[in-house]
Write a protein that binds this ligand. Structure first.
Ligand code: SF4
Length: 351
């Protein structure tokens, strides 16, 4: 596509009825042409629900005192890693709240090395929030290839409304720049359909993805969590808007696929929290990545970022099987045994 304008993206995000169907069809065609008909698997290990931050929308924010906090042992994390390796998932995601400190940085570094000792072909994505340049670099040198840091919104004013004062948009952006500079396959994403956000904001988010030249996207609809500041403030609004929020998230996937073509886009679990076939629809709209939750079941229920999160408590095998069924229902093929690097990244680094 020639350089797409903000106006054109806004039109896609406003599509309804027949136009909505045409948008999904077009995104599906672009997907098949540029990234094929496979779906890459990323086994997510949510190894800690401890977080030093307090984002207004998030269920594991520091201020939520009703949560039982956990930090998985190295042995438990590696059980999930072995499962991913045996099942040929191709890659794992280490995901946790944002934590700091020398001991923590060393722990992550050691886990990355252990994963590579278990299966050197298993790709590692980090989804750990903001960190210093040197910390990201140490993790990269230890063997992590991909890093995901959601910008949440590319509108700095909106970012201020969604976060406490000490959460700085500029710092987040700097982290994302550092991730790319270090050489990671770089991923970001936004929260879709959240309070105060407009179609114009979302269209600009897609232009941000394009200008930043990201390799992968993990974005999802806003889903309420009751034990958050937004949980009471926006409860009625959310119930009225949930269908529109879901549809908007699907349109964001489709529009991003049309604009960015060869990047990896996840059909995220938050879609399933709003619609029983959410992830199927997300794949049909242009998603080519799905992330089975392979956290050990005894921890899963305490990693509740939002209400109605799917597969809480399911054993690993069951979690994976339900994802394979999602891929099948969407009419695609699971890329078992494939690392699934972003084609965009491979082209970007080969010049
Ligand atoms: S969104 Fe991330 S950084 Fe913010 S509170 Fe939740 S886990 Fe922590």
């Amino acid at each position: 596509m020639r350089n797409v304008s903000q106006r054109e993206i806004e039109e896609m995000l406003k599509a309804e009825g027949k136009e909505f169907d045409l948008l999904i069809e077009k995104a599906g065609k672009v997907r098949r042409k540029h990234v094929g008909n496979k779906v890459y698997l990323r086994g997510v290990i949510e190894f800690t629900n401890k977080c030093s931050k307090n984002c207004y929308y998030c269920g594991i924010r520091k201020g939520n005192k009703s949560l039982k906090r956990y930090f998985m042992s190295k042995e438990d994390i590696l059980k999930s890693v072995r499962f991913a390796s045996e099942k040929g998932l191709g890659s794992v995601v280490l995901q946790g709240g944002e934590l700091k400190g020398k001991q923590y940085v060393s722990f992550i570094e050691e886990i990355i090395k252990e994963i590579k000792r278990i299966d050197s072909s298993l790709m590692i994505t980090l989804s750990l929030g903001e960190a210093g340049f040197d910390d990201y670099k140490r993790w990269f040198d230890a063997g992590a290839e991909r890093c995901l840091l959601r910008i949440e919104t590319s509108n700095s004013d909106l970012y201020k409304k969604w976060h406490p004062q000490d959460h700085k948009f500029e710092e987040r952006l700097k982290c994302l720049e550092n991730i790319k500079k270090i050489g990671y396959q770089t991923g970001t994403g936004v929260l879709i359909g959240a309070p105060y956000q407009t179609i114009e904001d979302l269209a600009k988010d897609i232009l941000f993805y394009k200008d930043f030249d990201v390799d992968m996207i993990g974005m999802g609809p806003y889903v309420i969590h009751y034990q958050t500041p937004w949980g009471s403030e926006f409860k009625d609004w959310f119930e009225r808007e949930r269908e529109n929020i879901f549809k908007l998230a699907i349109k964001m996937i489709a529009a991003t696929r049309i604009v960015m073509k060869d990047i990896n886009i996840a059909s995220t679990s938050a879609l399933a929290a709003l619609h029983s076939e959410g992830r199927v629809i997300g794949l049909k709209a242009g998603g080519n990545v799905i992330m089975p939750d392979i956290t050990l079941p005894e921890y899963k229920e305490n990693y509740k970022l939002y209400e109605n999160k799917p597969s809480l408590n399911s054993p690993l095998e069951q979690s994976l099987n339900s994802i394979l069924l999602v891929i099948d229902r969407a009419g695609f093929i699971p890329a078992i045994g494939e690392e699934g690097s972003s084609l965009h990244y491979l082209k970007r680094v080969s010049g």
